[in-house]
Design a protein around this ligand. Structure first.
Ligand code: ZN
Length: 318
């Protein structure tokens, strides 16, 4: 069975709030000076990533999922479950909320809702995000939205590089200007905007809001999830499990020198290279890793090793 890791060509998306860091920091070929999102590991129809190497070169990750499920541990489901993005927020993203699976299936006829999480790669001094709200009940939330009491309703949190935020479906949130973030999420593109700062969209008109759906989906009251990081130091590598939830796990792997073998305890593995240079070693074969690479290690691979200096975000479905 083929063990070639699937290196992916990302899909890049212009956004009114985007900038140029996806080019300036990661070297991606961005379509404009307002490029907001790099969909690095994506089989979503709105931005499919294309395999760059090996026997499946030129095919999309979605096609590999459909035709070669043996590479994904025969994982069930019509759609590849996860999506990894890098976001460059030059200005604030809309204040938004995402549905859970049941609401998304019933109202949008798509397979997944959207639980997401963010690793802050870098940010300007003093950067903030919107995370949660202050309304104690759904009724109080509805009233505050209708009366546009954004200053008192929305909860702002300061961020710094290396911070991690878990954003389960139903969490009111916004990434704000100055943040460069890696997002691991369910493979979904369903966003309900509750507030967009009354600013014009690309065509000069305000972007659509989804007030009813936002009120339906918002968790009231907001409760901060309790996160415990599990850190494992092994020789020259530090493995930090940032999140283990019912759908997926996300870790930060800090590789310094020779590391491994790391034995498979995942169905298949998603890797994004945030910084550094090095090699991924599978059996005797070495694959060069450079900043900005996104890849999937198929389930046919039993163990992986690394060499070099690498800063990785690694995730897998459970
Ligand atoms: Zn979101």
């Amino acid at each position: 069975m083929d063990k070639t890791p699937l290196f992916l060509q990302p899909a890049l998306h212009e956004k009114i709030w985007g900038g140029t860091k996806l080019r300036d920091v990661f070297g991606y070929d961005i379509p404009s000076e307002t490029t907001g999102e790099c969909w690095g590991i994506s089989a979503h129809p709105n931005g499919p990533a294309v395999i760059k190497n090996g026997p499946l070169a030129g095919r999309t990750l979605a096609e590999a999922w459909k035709d070669h499920r043996e590479l994904f541990d025969q994982y069930k489901g019509d759609a590849f479950p996860l999506l990894t993005k890098i976001l460059d927020a030059r200005t604030d993203l809309s204040v938004q909320v995402h549905p859970d699976d049941a609401y998304a299936q019933q109202h949008e006829h798509v397979p997944f809702g959207k639980t997401e999480c963010w690793y802050v790669i870098d940010c300007d001094e003093g950067s903030e995000i919107v995370y949660g709200h202050t309304a104690p009940t759904k009724e109080a939330f509805r009233q505050a939205v209708e009366e546009k009491k954004w200053d008192t309703l929305l909860r702002r949190v300061k961020v710094k590089p290396g911070d991690f935020f878990y954003v389960p479906s139903g969490t009111i949130h916004a990434i704000c200007g100055g943040c460069l973030i890696l997002e691991t999420q369910q493979s979904s593109d369903t966003t309900y905007r509750v507030y967009d700062y009354d600013r014009p969209g690309k065509d000069g008109k305000p972007r659509e809001l989804h007030i009813r759906q936002s009120i339906d989906c918002a968790n009231c009251p907001h409760v901060d999830p309790q996160l415990t990081y599990h850190v494992r130091q092994k020789a020259q590598a530090k493995f930090t499990e940032l999140l283990r939830e019912k759908l997926f796990t996300v870790s930060h792997w800090d590789i310094r020198g020779q590391s491994g073998p790391i034995k498979k305890n995942w169905p298949f593995l998603l890797i994004s290279v945030l910084d550094g240079n090095g090699e991924l070693i599978i059996d005797e074969t070495k694959y060069t890793l450079t900043k900005g690479d996104h890849l999937v290690v198929p389930s046919t691979v039993e163990a992986i090793s690394f060499a070099g200096k690498l800063d990785l975000i690694v995730s897998n479905p459970v």
